[in-house]
Design a protein around this ligand. Structure first.
Ligand code: SF4
Length: 307
């Protein structure tokens, strides 16, 4: 007997949803966001002034080709959208009379950035808040409870505040796996933060027009009684980058990224490859060693861990 292929149908529907199909009226507001214009700077791009790769921002702004996003990641993003939609509806229903929701999914523009925040709330005495929802994996709640909201997320909310002039922000985290429920964190705002956002936008504008160099692996040297051992460690950012191998060669080839042991040795006469297959890496190793030895050498302690 013929059986319907629900998996295939589900994937087809998910793809249509992600392309902004009007068939999904419940989540239309969110799907509108899918058609985001990548060629302009977004408030969420402020995170590139923290620890992300500036070259990645350039590639994004110039619509460079990306790896095809895996189906399971698309599903995860969609799940986040639905969580945000439900959170907005639950909060709207549950807020007491003191507060009024003044906007949901509002677009903002200013300071050279565009964006869309999840919710704005006004109190009876005129207090104004921007709320940003974040769906997060359950394991991340341990860090949230110990250290508070992520600095990247705080910066994003401060970006909305700098544009809108609202009083303060709230980050609202939802556990997409369910166990930890939700958490709320206050985001402060003042004129110093406004100045900081302005400076960061100037930095982004430089990255937007100047393609940054590829990241580089880090070098570690372990001092031994005999010849010192040299290790290369690939940059984690390239491992998570959608442009790796498609529009950017990254810090190392895919094959070399798998290296985990000693790649070279060093003595008074210089640096030599530990194995024949690492000889092609010698120019890179020598340059990194000469340029940054004092900065990036991490010494192997007696406790058998990297300092
Ligand atoms: S592959 Fe690495 S260097 Fe290239 S854009 Fe991505 S993170 Fe940056």
């Amino acid at each position: 007997m013929k059986q319907p292929n629900l998996v295939k149908a589900f994937k087809r529907g998910l793809k249509a949803y992600q392309n902004g199909s009007k068939a999904f009226t419940l989540i239309m507001d969110k799907t509108a966001d899918k058609a985001r214009n990548n060629s302009v700077l977004h408030v969420s791009d402020l995170k590139y002034t923290m620890d992300l790769c500036p070259r990645q921002l350039f590639l994004k702004l110039h619509n460079a080709e990306k790896q095809d996003i895996e189906y399971n990641r698309k599903l995860m993003f969609s799940q986040g959208d639905v969580n945000h939609l439900l959170a907005a509806q639950f909060i709207k229903y549950g807020l007491d009379d003191y507060w009024t929701i003044t906007g949901i999914e509002e677009s903002v523009k200013g300071l050279g950035l565009i964006g869309r925040y999840d919710m704005s709330i006004r109190g009876k005495q005129g207090e104004t808040y921007i709320v940003d929802f974040k769906s997060s994996r359950g394991g991340n709640f341990k860090y949230l409870d110990n250290r508070g909201a992520s600095e990247r997320d705080v910066l994003q909310v401060q970006g909305y505040l700098a544009i809108t002039g609202y009083d303060a922000g709230i980050l609202f985290y939802i556990d997409r796996e369910g166990q930890n429920g939700v958490r709320q964190f206050a985001v402060n705002y003042n004129s110093l933060i406004y100045d900081d956002i302005r400076t960061r936008v100037e930095e982004l504008q430089i990255h937007a027009t100047n393609k940054a160099k590829t990241l580089e692996p880090s070098l570690k040297v372990r001092e031994n009684k005999g010849d010192n051992s040299i290790y290369l460690k690939s940059d984690w950012r390239c491992g998570y980058c959608d442009y790796y191998g498609v529009s950017c060669e990254g810090d190392m080839s895919a094959e070399m990224r798998e290296i985990s042991g000693i790649v070279a040795k060093q003595n008074e006469e210089g640096i030599y490859a530990y194995k024949e297959k690492y000889e092609t890496l010698l120019p890179l190793i020598r340059r990194l060693y000469n340029e940054w030895t004092t900065l990036i050498t991490i010494r192997w302690t007696k406790n058998k861990r990297w300092d």
